[in-house]
Design a protein. Sequence first.
Length: 432
Amino acid sequence: MDDAAAESAAESAGSSPPPPGLSRRGLLGLALGGGVASLTAGLGAGLAGGVALGRARAAADTQTAFDFFGSHQAGVTTPVQEHLHFASFDMMPRTDRDDLVTLLQDWTYAASRITQGLEVSATGAVGGDPEVPPDDTGEAIGLPASGLTITFGFGPSLFENEEGDRYGIAALRPTRLERLPAFLGDDLIPEASHGDLCIQACADDPQVAVHAVRNLSRIAFGRAKLRWSQLGFGKTSRTTADQATPRNLFGFKDGTANILADDMAALDEHVWVSASDEPAWMTGGSYLVARKIAMLIETWDRVRLSEQDAIVGRDKGVGAPLSGGDEFTPPDFSGASIDRNAHVRLAHPDQNDGVRILRRGFNYVDGNNSLGRLDAGLFFLSYQRDPAQFIALQRRLSTDLLSEYIRHVGSGVWAVPAGATPGSFVGADLFA
């Protein structure tokens, strides 16, 4: 989609114009680049297949575009897309408050454009001086927005660091924003965990998602550097009633009882930070937990079907609880049909004082490990009003029969502020 057509479409839809443009630091980042090659590592044949599928779907609805601006950030209750590129960043040493603010302003401007199918700046990939690097990397030229959403988060380490209160925001750190405690079964890789900032880019075309993170990383050059990133495919949960419940790499339907986007009461109770919560700048936001969960695929594949059903507590074929009914029949935990340590029992709200979270997980395959086995699993993402909700559920799962077949290898938690308003930037209330 070209600039004129996309901007005309945005205007006709009543969308507000994006912020005025990139800062000099952002333009310098686009010119110099840095650390970008690592973002595309490991795409391989999976990306090629996903590109073909994503573009086939995009061709059926080339106008799928979600406004970046709004009361909440897109990418939380938005219908879950097919592909993910998640990236965690650390601020560079000796950066100051102005560096952080201008980075967020630049990211907001770029995100407001690329989520509409535009290039990262008005100059784009081919409209500038041919003797300097282009503003946009160009691999998304001609591709529609493909339902792209970009969601930003702030990690605990952003609020305090070795240099003290470098950004002048330590006093505004949410008391709920702490690194997750250690859980039974954790085997975390420090280099694949945590981070000052995070970007969640979801789209129905993987190349569109990769393009988003690649260009936002270029813009950050000199202010923030990539800490780690993860590609995901094949959503493992649904956020709208019209989406079929997807399957994880163990072959089971995942996220049957997920909170849906039209359940406003549940969202207000379990997902969105309210005005009565602290701090005030987080009102309308949420807290994001990311967990990279490696699945022992080959071991699981040797387990007989009846045992797989018992471990999960559901029928693998139709997704119905073992207590009977169909996929959406509430499980009956009064009898012995569902093991006391089955996953569905331990994770169910009825067994956890009504605690619920909104899930947006994705499958991942990162090739093979040193033993020649698939390096694959679930990249778990959840949004909740308080990280304590996730902590309670994860502790409850300490006796989960499924634990024998999974390992938690990556972890992080971020405060996700409310959506930005046109002319402002994401997280602006933190710096008011």
